[in-house]
Design a protein around this ligand. Structure first.
Ligand SMILES: NC(=O)c1ccc[n+]([C@@H]2O[C@H](COP(=O)([O-])OP(=O)(O)OC[C@H]3O[C@@H](n4cnc5c(N)ncnc54)[C@H](O)[C@@H]3O)[C@@H](O)[C@H]2O)c1
Ligand SMILES: N/C(=C\C=C\C=O)C(=O)O
Length: 487
C-alpha cells in the first residue's frame, strides 16, 4: 500500500452524499506507474446502502414528467461542459489517453450523451391498434423498470458511463453505477455536479471498487432488475450466470476483433490515415478498433508500405502532450498482455514491420516506468493465429492479403466476435453486398467511428446482447405493457 499523504482519495456517492469507505484500492497514473489515487474498495454493505437510496428515490423520480427529467439532464450537460477542461485533464491522467482525445472526444461526447437523451426522451410514441369487430382498442405504454445496475469499463470512462446513466434516468429509473476500479476519477467528479443539476438524492448512486467484490454484489442483488454492462466477454459470462436466477434484463456490450476490408478501388489517401486511426486511437483500447486488415492482393505491397510509414508518424507521447497521437496503456498487466501477443506472433513466424521490438521509443526520464508501447504492425500471419482471433485491445494490428470478395467475407466472419467492420471501396454495389454479408453489428464504409446516436449500437455473436441508442436504450430501460380497452 502506497503512502496516503498526497493521494487523491475518492468516496462513494450514495443518496446524494459522499460517503467514505473503510477499505481502499491503489489507482495508478499509467504515464508514470506511480500510485496517485485511492479508490473505495466497496462491497455488499455499500450496495445495500445504495439500493436503499435508489429504492426510496424511485417513486418521486419516476413520477416526474419526461419534460422535467429532460431539464435536469440538460442542466447536468451544461455543468459538465463548463468543467470540460478539468474533466479532460483528469480523464487523461487517470486513463493514460492523450489530453487531445479527452478534450475532443471523451468529455464532449459525455456532455452530448446527456443532451441527446434529454431530447430523445421527449419524442417516443407508443403503439395503438383497433379491433372494432369486438369493440376493443389496444395500446402500449412504457414504464421505468426500477433500479438499474450500470457497469462500465476503463477505456472510455466517462463517455461510456454517461451513455448508460443518461438513458436510464431519462426514462425514470434510479441507478447504481459501478465504474472500472482502474478509472474512477471522472465519475466521482461528475457526482459533485449532480445536486446543482437538480438530480434528487438517490437517483444516481455511484459505488466504486472491483468487479468480483462490488460488481458481483450489484449484479446479484434481487432488487436490481436490470444490468447494463460494457466490458469483456468473460465478465459478461459471469454476469449472465449471476443474473440468471433472478431473470434480470441484460444489455451486454462486449469486445471485438474488427476487420477492415480494403478493396483495390479504395481511395488510399483517405483509407490509410483513417485505418491508422481506427487501429491505434486511444492506444487501440476502443472496442471498435481495427485489428485485422485485409487488403486486396493487387494493392497489398503499396498499402503495406504506406500504412507502415503512416503508423511510424503516429506519435507516442506523454498524455499531457497535445501533439501526441497515443498515450500510455491502462496498466502494467495490460501492457504485458499486449506485448505477449507480439511475442507469440514472432514465434509463429510472423513479421513485425514496425513498433514493439523494431523501433525505439524515447520517453522523458519521469515516464520511463509508464505503460507505453509503440503502435505495432504485424504481417505474414495466419488467420488461425491468436493475434488474428483474440481481442488484444492494444495498439497492434495485423495486415494480410486477399483475392476475392467471397473469400474476404468468409475470413472476416471467421472469428467469434461481430462488433464493427470497415469496408473501403469506391463501388457502391460492392459495399452494399459486403456490408450485408458481414457478421457485424456496425459496418462503416469509407470512414470509421462516425456515430449517429439515434441508431442501434452493439455487436452480434460474442460481441454482445442487445443494442443501445435512442429507441433501443429506451426499450431496454423500460418495461412495456399492452392495455386493452373494451368499449
Ligand atoms: N462493445 C462495447 O461497447 C465496448 C466498449 C468498451 C469496452 N468494451 C470491451 O471491454 C473490455 C475492456 O474493458 P475491461 O477490461 O474494463 O473489461 P472487464 O470485463 O474486465 O471490466 C468491465 C467492468 O466490469 C467490472 N467487472 C469485472 N468483473 C466483474 C464481475 N465478476 N462482476 C461484475 N462486474 C465485474 C469491472 O470492474 C469493470 O467495471 C474489452 O473487451 C472491450 O472490447 C466493449
Ligand atoms: N458505446 C459506444 C462506443 C463504445 C466504444 C468502445 O470502446 C458509443 O459510441 O456509443
Amino acid at each position: 500500500m502506497a503512502g496516503t499523504k498526497a493521494l487523491l482519495t475518492l468516496e462513494n456517492f450514495i443518496n446524494g452524499e459522499f460517503v467514505p469507505c473503510n477499505s481502499y484500492l491503489d489507482s495508478y497514473d499509467p504515464s508514470t506507474g506511480d500510485v496517485y489515487c485511492r479508490v473505495p474498495n466497496s462491497g455488499k454493505e455499500e450496495i445495500e446502502a445504495a439500493v436503499e437510496a435508489a429504492r426510496a428515490a424511485f417513486p418521486g423520480w419516476s413520477a416526474r414528467s419526461p419534460q422535467e427529467r429532460s431539464q435536469v439532464l440538460h442542466r447536468l450537460a451544461d455543468l459538465l461542459e463548463q468543467s470540460l477542461e478539468e474533466l479532460a485533464q483528469a480523464e487523461s491522467r487517470d486513463q493514460g489517453k492523450t489530453i487531445t482525445l479527452a478534450r475532443t472526444m471523451d468529455i464532449p461526447r459525455s456532455v452530448q450523451n446527456f443532451r441527446f437523451f434529454a431530447s430523445s426522451i421527449l419524442h417516443h410514441t407508443s403503439e395503438c391498434t383497433q379491433m372494432d369487430h369486438v369493440g376493443c382498442l389496444h395500446y402500449t405504454m412504457r414504464a421505468p423498470v426500477g433500479i438499474a445496475g450500470l457497469i462500465s469499463p476503463w477505456n472510455l470512462p466517462l463517455y461510456l458511463l454517461t451513455w448508460k446513466v443518461a438513458p436510464a434516468i431519462a426514462a425514470g429509473n434510479t441507478v447504481i453505477a459501478k465504474p472500472s476500479e482502474l478509472t474512477s476519477v471522472t465519475a466521482w467528479m461528475m457526482c459533485k455536479l449532480l445536486e446543482r443539476a437538480g438530480v434528487p438524492p438517490g437517483v444516481v448512486n455511484i459505488v466504486f471498487g472491483t468487479g468480483p467484490r462490488v460488481g458481483e454484489a450489484l449484479v446479484s442483488h434481487p432488487e436490481v432488475p436490470l444490468i447494463s454492462f460494457t466490458g469483456s466477454q468473460p465478465t459478461a459470462e459471469r454476469i449472465t450466470q449471476l443474473s440468471a436466477p433472478h431473470c434480470k434484463k441484460l444489455s451486454l456490450e462486449l469486445g471485438g476483433k474488427n476487420p477492415a476490408i480494403i478493396f483495390e478501388d479504395a481511395n488510399l489517401e483517405e483509407c490509410i490515415p483513417t485505418t491508422v486511426k481506427s487501429s491505434f486511437a486511444n492506444q487501440g483500447e476502443i472496442c471498435l478498433c481495427t485489428s485485422r486488415i485485409f487488403v486486396q492482393k493487387s494493392i497489398y505491397s503499396e498499402f503495406l508500405e504506406k500504412f507502415v510509414e503512416a503508423t511510424r508518424m503516429w506519435k507516442v507521447g506523454i498524455p499531457s502532450d497535445p501533439s501526441a497521437s497515443m498515450g500510455a496503456l491502462i496498466s502494467k498487466a495490460h501492457l504485458e498482455k499486449v506485448r505477449s501477443y507480439i511475442k507469440k506472433a514472432r514465434t509463429e513466424g510472423a513479421r513485425i514491420l514496425c513498433g514493439e521490438g523494431v523501433d525505439t521509443l524515447s520517453l522523458p526520464p519521469r515516464n520511463q516506468a509508464g505503460y507505453f508501447m509503440l503502435p505495432t504492425v504485424i504481417t505474414d500471419i495466419k488467420d488461425d493465429s491468436c493475434c488474428m482471433k483474440e481481442e488484444i485491445f492494444g495498439p497492434v494490428t495485423c495486415v494480410v492479403p486477399f483475392d476475392s470478395e467471397e473469400e474476404v467475407i468468409q475470413r472476416a466472419n471467421s472469428v467469434k466476435y461481430g462488433l464493427a467492420a470497415t469496408v473501403w471501396s469506391s463501388n457502391v454495389g460492392r459495399i452494399h453486398r459486403v456490408a450485408k454479408k458481414l457478421q457485424s453489428g456496425l459496418v462503416w464504409t469509407n470512414c470509421w467511428l462516425i456515430r449517429e446516436l439515434n441508431l442501434p449500437f452493439g455487436g452480434m455473436k460474442s460481441s454482445g446482447v442487445g443494442r443501445e441508442g435512442a429507441k433501443d436504450s429506451h426499450e431496454f430501460f423500460t418495461e412495456i405493457k399492452t392495455i386493452t380497452i373494451k368499449h
